[in-house]
Ligand binder design. Sequence first.
Ligand SMILES: CC(C)(COP(=O)(O)OP(=O)(O)OC[C@H]1O[C@@H](n2cnc3c(N)ncnc32)[C@H](O)[C@@H]1OP(=O)(O)O)[C@@H](O)C(=O)NCCC(=O)NCCS
Length: 282
Amino acid sequence: MTSIRTMRPDDIDAGLELCRLAGWNQKAEDWRRMLALAPDGVFVDEQDGRVVATGSAIHYDTRIGWIGMVLVHPEYRRRGIASAIMNRCIDALRDRGIQSIKLDATDQGRPVYAKLGFRDERPIVRYVGAPHRRALASPSAARPVADADWPQIARLDEQAFGADRIALLKHLAAEGSAVVLSEGDRLRACGFVRPGHNAAQLGPLVAEDEASARAVAEALLAAHAPEQQLYWDVLPDNAHADRLAESYGLTVARRLTRMVLGDVNHCGRIELVHAVAGFELG
Ligand SMILES: CC(C)(COP(=O)(O)OP(=O)(O)OC[C@H]1O[C@@H](n2cnc3c(N)ncnc32)[C@H](O)[C@@H]1OP(=O)(O)O)[C@@H](O)C(=O)NCCC(=O)NCCS
């Protein structure tokens, strides 16, 4: 009998322990959001009476499914547990007819996913640091999100990402701050920042051009405590995004690989993406 089952709210402490063992940034709120977005799509593996592994499979309309939170307790690695959880995640997404299944792979995860048929799409890097205050020109023209902004936020993010993530974005806005930049009636950029265990996480940041991205970043960083660490995850195929993160004194801490399974790949418009939402979210 399989030892994999869907995750419940009372498994969150075990999920958090796996995050701490791996040095990851997620807090209880991240697990709660995952369960809210995919009540049947977050899995745990139980061995010897305890949760030793996790994996999440959320989907954004029927175009993109995103697998994340693939964590195996160090004492239980190299036994096929991650592969089994991955298969469960993939099945859950395929059962729903999701067209492309994607993830951001660490160097440890990449061989596991490659064996399951995932192929490399593009690199993704994590910038880290306490953002330089002197780079901040104030005041930014960006402002907090208002209810009336959501239809335009949904449209801009959908162009950038390749599927509708409105439910996720509303969660992120409630957990942290969300700002937009408008020009007349037209929304030019939006961005989000949320708390994390090691560092605040900036993203997604979607903008029509570099200047709009900077205005949103500055508004988000204005409320950021000067010494607080920030994670900013970028697709380097958009050189503007790299430059922007570097301009705040952030440096590359990790390099991962975005991977995809399936013949169809919805990539969105990378030139709009100035920060992704997170490795586990896309
Ligand atoms: C990556 C991780 C989830 C793998 O878990 P796991 O349960 O050990 O993986 P599996 O046992 O299912 O491995 C599947 C295959 O990949 C191979 N593999 C696993 N870890 C590997 C590694 N570090 N290097 C090379 N190959 C590896 C195994 O040989 C296995 O192949 P096999 O079936 O032919 O022997 C685990 O190491 C982990 O939790 N790491 C820390 C968190 C992390 O990086 N997660 C991935 C996020 S994208």
